[in-house]
Design a protein around this ligand. Structure first.
Ligand code: FES
Length: 103
């Protein structure tokens, strides 16, 4: 059964139009802020494992820093290949805590 887990504090979130790697336990996540909307995804690019949280935001997409695959932050899917997707975690903010739903 899914659980809500604390990912970070709201102070750790990326600024508008930016992306950031966040660690929880031994796992890294990619957090992106676009038009005031937080999206948390897996950090590992499905192409060759690039760190998405070290990438860029362009037109509502996170761009992998290694080979520039672009992932839509609403669907999680790569622009050029709808079968190459990253998981998008449901998020919730409670006070100063940012929670994500585990899977
Ligand atoms: S590892 Fe992300 S585009 Fe290649």
């Amino acid at each position: 059964m899914p659980q809500w887990l604390r990912l970070c504090s709201t102070a750790d979130l990326p600024a508008e139009g930016e992306v950031r790697e966040l660690a929880m336990g031994e796992r890294l996540y990619c957090a992106a802020m676009v038009e005031g909307r937080l999206t948390v995804t897996d950090n590992e690019c499905p192409h060759r494992g690039g760190p998405l949280g070290q990438g860029l935001i362009e037109q509502g997409r996170v761009i992998c820093p290694w080979h520039a695959w672009a992932f839509d932050l609403r669907t999680g899917c790569a622009l050029h290949n709808a079968k190459a997707c990253i998981h998008i975690y449901p998020t919730r903010i409670e006070g100063e805590d940012v929670l994500i739903e585990s899977r």
